[in-house]
Design a binder for this molecule. Structure first.
Ligand SMILES: [Zn+2]
Length: 72
C-alpha cells in the first residue's frame, strides 16, 4: 500500500520535484545516481526517492529495491 503511494507520487511529481530541487539538469545529464548501485537514474528505472541529508534516489533493480525497503 505505502509503496504504491510512493510510485504514484513519483509518476506525477518526480520531474516537478527535480525542478524544485534544482536537480533537473543533473537528471538530464544522467548525473543523478542510484543510492545503492550508483547507476544513473532515468525515467524508466526510478523506483523511489527519499530524503537523507539530501535527496536520494533508488532504481528499480531487485537489489536496490531490497536495499530501499530495508532502510524504511
Ligand atoms: Zn540501483
Amino acid at each position: 500500500m505505502q509503496r504504491k503511494e510512493i510510485s504514484a507520487i513519483i509518476e506525477n511529481d518526480f520531474l516537478q520535484l527535480l525542478k524544485d530541487s534544482n536537480l533537473i539538469e543533473k537528471y538530464q545529464n544522467k548525473e543523478l545516481l542510484c543510492c545503492n548501485c550508483k547507476e544513473p537514474i532515468v525515467e524508466n528505472n526510478i523506483f523511489a526517492m527519499f530524503y537523507e541529508n539530501e535527496l536520494q534516489f533508488c532504481c528499480n533493480k531487485a537489489a536496490c529495491v531490497c536495499f530501499f525497503e530495508k532502510r524504511r
